[in-house]
Design a protein around this ligand. Structure first.
Ligand SMILES: *Cc1c(COP(=O)(O)O)cnc(C)c1O
Length: 394
């Protein structure tokens, strides 16, 4: 089979040409001054995206590595940890918290709803000894956005550490690590930043470092160790890595940051929001149903669409890929076959790519006999995109 013409997925998503060009440069020695400088520069660019003046740790491994490292670093056996669950990734994070010895308190909502901050306040009142609260900002598998800023404000009042999976929100949603008082966040380059999959972009507050240092269970001398990065690389004057980073991935991540920073973080967020609105309105106008119950809490990185009754989700996606060369995503985990996910991240949020995704979904379902008003959906999406001036980045 040929490569797809369009990769409008939940991530990894299509990258910018500039990212691909950066990754085709020479493979240099990791202690070459060119690479040492690039690595430190990339950390600063990620910090700018996070809006933090604190430390950024770039771990070599897809974002799951960073999330697992965060759980390992912060959990002291016997501590109480509150996990806010509105989707598949949060559920998995809770499994790690429990596995590493936390007394796990889960606040769970249906996977098509967001976590109401009032539930967080209640959980902290019920468990005043809680040492950390964890949440997924943008639940990519279900398209739901949690109100991280409001949740973090409550957690700050209480004094627990705020841990956030921002894998799919960095660059696509409003995020202010220092301003909101976050302690440990993990992002991935392969979502809204449209970089290569393969790195974990972690931001760590001073409060979090203090907790990690004081935790005898935090890994040391391990691929999963955040502390090794702090001691060897950051505090060691940025001369020595704990292990060899992929020089190719780092070049791609830097280029991805450059695209967003040159466009402006605000403009990048606005572009993702506009694309998301166009797709949501298009989906509804087509006569399909959104998965997120409340559009005010729908994430900007993807739109999740309920699979119509009687339709084989995976078969429909395979048909769309084969006939039109457009790759879309199914759901994930236990909701894999209940929804279609249209990605609008990085280039997928630009130009008329949201319309391409809608055309593929609508026409593809119509081919299979589903009653869909594809044209109405495309008109609705175009109306949103045209109303806001240019959807193409400069
Ligand atoms: C993509 C993503 C991850 C990382 O998981 P992979 O499936 O391994 O890419 C974690 N959390 C969220 C919210 C994500 O979107």
């Amino acid at each position: 089979m040929r490569d797809p013409m369009f990769t409008l997925t939940a991530g990894p998503t299509a990258t910018w040409p500039r990212v691909q060009a950066a990754m085709s440069g020479p493979v240099v020695y990791d202690y070459d001054p060119v690479f040492l400088e690039r690595f430190a520069r990339t950390e600063r660019k990620i910090a700018e995206l996070y809006r933090t003046s604190g430390d950024v740790v770039l771990m070599q491994g897809e974002a799951v590595l960073g999330l697992e490292a965060a759980a390992r670093a912060l959990v002291r056996p016997g501590m109480t940890a509150i996990n806010l669950v509105s989707g598949v990734y949060a559920k998995w994070f809770g499994i790690w918290l429990a596995e590493y010895g936390a007394n796990l308190v889960e606040v769970e909502v249906p996977y098509d709803e967001h976590v109401d901050p009032a539930l967080v306040r209640q959980a902290l009142e019920d468990h005043p000894d809680a040492g950390l609260v964890a949440v997924v900002h943008s639940e990519t598998p279900s398209g739901v956005l949690n109100p991280l800023k409001d949740i973090a404000a409550i957690v700050r009042e209480h004094g627990a550490l705020m841990v956030a999976d921002v894998v799919s929100s960095l660059g696509g949603e409003d995020l202010d690590f220092d301003g909101w008082g976050l302690d440990l966040a993990v992002a991935g380059p392969q979502k809204c930043l449209a970089g290569p999959p393969g790195m974990s972009l972690c931001a760590v507050s001073d409060r979090a470092w203090e907790a990690i240092r004081g935790n005898p269970a935090a890994p040391r001398g391990s691929f999963l160790s955040l502390l090794d990065w702090k001691d060897r690389w950051i505090d060691g004057g940025r001369h020595a890595f704990p292990y060899t980073p992929s020089v190719v991935d780092v070049a791609g991540v830097e280029a991805a940051c450059d695209v967003v920073l040159e466009m402006g973080v605000e403009a990048s967020i606005a572009q993702h929001r506009l694309a998301a609105r166009a797709v949501r309105e298009g989906v509804v106008a087509m006569g399909l149903e959104l998965w997120a119950r409340n559009p005010a809490f729908a994430t900007s990185c993807i739109t999740a669409v309920r699979v119509p009754e009687g339709v084989d989700a995976l078969g429909a996606l395979a048909h769309i890929r084969e006939r039109y060369g457009v790759m879309l995503s199914p759901g994930y985990g236990e909701i894999k076959e209940k929804l279609f996910r249209v990605g609008h991240q990085g280039p997928g949020a630009a130009s008329l790519n949201p319309v391409v995704a809608l055309a593929a979904l609508g026409r593809g379902l119509a081919d299979l006999g589903v009653a869909v008003r594809t044209g109405d959906g495309l008109e609705a999406a175009l109306a949103v995109l045209s109303g806001a001036g240019t959807a193409v980045p400069a």
